[in-house]
Design a protein around this ligand. Structure first.
Ligand code: ZN
Length: 427
């Protein structure tokens, strides 16, 4: 019985609980870093791969000797070591884009994992519930939606706007039967967030910060820069209380911005999956698209600033995340997602099929075919072309997107992979 859905709620720890949780969060981070360092060291010195089984035993010993580790609930420590196994497995899996497990820095989002059997949830009323965590007691959270399943794991996390509790839930929901709706092609653009071929206007992401919030963010960034300069000059570079407050205020705003973007993306992908039977998107590699334009010192890149701006807008529109969401939502709502070859979709005429960069003069919004004279919004034209390519596949490449197998790699092949030359994505 695996978790097949996630639920995240805002948690409201009391003052004391908040302090304990912050302490645990940093311990959890330190434990991850120490465990990672130990694995790296053992591999470098003795070509030995340490796994969570052995490290869990060492953890038990360390808990009696070191107070700071002893304070952390035992299950949390074990959960962290197991997720480190997972991070290594993903890195060794050539199909998986994961890089080598990274150290968790101070100022990183704090997170404290628990296995499902260590927690208990009870409902207080329509809007509130509480969860019992080992060594902490009952913690209240806002029940903004029903949990609707068996809890398999729980994670407490802290971001710029406070604490949240998320549950991995087994709902046992069966995917819908094919919904039989229309086919569409979607062009994820930079100017237009998404243009659906069956629609006449683009779906634009609303501004994620209000004008007032943007102004405030800018002022805070300037204050931060000033305070850092001051700290370097007078305090030996030590961050003072005021600087920390500024950093927290910036984090609060950027977290809000991120939440609004995520909200838009989720609504867009849910709507697409629910109202279409076959969805075509371009098979783009986000990493290549957003690669730095800087180039090298020998061969400096062109338009570095412009590319940086473009990168920001591509990442803001998160095509990779949209694709990930479409993959599982299409499966859930009886739709099929197809990734079609992206070559020249913006230069191809959707009416006659002529490929000519001249059809998009000056990179404007208008597409005017040089052969048949077909005129359309450039992004809409691209989405119609994507729809046509989608129809040609006939939905045969069902969810042909990189679905990454979440398997544990056997020890022997792990060793082979590691000794093989590094794959390109790991560098
Ligand atoms: Zn044409």
């Amino acid at each position: 019985m695996k978790a097949d859905a996630g639920r995240k709620y805002r948690a409201y720890p009391t003052g004391d609980q908040g302090q304990v949780l912050t302490g645990w969060g940093h311990t959890a981070r330190a434990l991850w870093n120490v465990a990672l360092e130990q694995r790296v060291y053992l591999w470098e010195q003795r070509r030995y791969s340490l796994r969570s089984g052995e490290q869990c035993k060492q953890l038990t010993a360390a808990r009696t000797e070191l107070d700071w580790i002893g304070d952390l609930p035992a299950q949390t420590g074990q959960q962290i070591l197991r997720s480190l196994d997972h991070a290594y497995d993903n890195f060794w899996n050539p199909e998986h884009p994961a890089r080598f497990p990274a150290r968790k820095k101070r100022g990183h989002r704090l997170s404290i994992p628990f296995p499902g059997q260590a927690v208990e949830v009870r409902k207080l009323n329509r809007h509130w519930a509480e969860v019992r965590l080992p060594k902490l007691g009952w913690l209240r959270f806002r029940l903004s939606r029903a949990i609707g399943g068996t809890i398999r794991n729980a994670t407490l996390s802290r971001d710029g706007n406070g604490w949240h509790i998320s549950f991995g839930v087994h709902t046992g929901r069966k995917p819908d039967a094919p919904n039989g709706y229309a086919t569409c092609g979607v062009d994820f653009g930079v100017a237009a967030s998404a243009f659906v071929s069956t629609e006449t206007t683009p779906r634009l992401m609303p501004p994620s910060l209000t004008t007032k919030e943007k102004k405030r963010l800018k002022a805070l960034e300037q204050r931060k820069a000033r305070q850092i300069t001051y700290a370097k000059k007078h305090g030996g570079g030590k961050y003072g209380r005021r600087l920390r407050t500024t950093i927290a205020q910036i984090a609060s705003l950027t977290t809000r911005r991120g939440n609004r973007r995520r909200d838009f993306t989720h609504k867009l992908t849910t709507d697409l999956a629910k109202s279409h039977g076959l969805i075509g998107i371009e098979d783009l590699r986000v990493k290549n698209m957003t690669k730095s334009a800087k180039g090298t010192t020998k061969v400096p890149g062109k338009n570095v600033r412009a590319k940086a701006g473009l990168n920001r807008s591509i990442l803001d529109n998160t095509p990779g995340e949209r694709r990930r969401q479409l993959e599982y939502k299409a499966r859930m709502y009886g739709s099929v997602l197809v990734a079609v070859p992206p070559f020249h979709t913006s230069q191809t005429c959707a009416a006659c099929g002529q490929v000519d960069p001249e059809s998009r003069k000056g990179c404007g919004r208008l597409f005017a075919c040089t052969r048949c004279g077909h005129e359309d919004d450039a992004d809409h034209n691209a989405s119609v072309e994507i729809e046509a390519r989608t129809r040609r596949t006939g939905g045969s490449e069902i969810n042909s997107t990189r679905s990454i197998p979440r398997v544990r790699v056997p020890a022997t092949s792990r060793r082979r992979m590691r000794e093989a030359p590094k794959p390109a994505h790991a560098s």
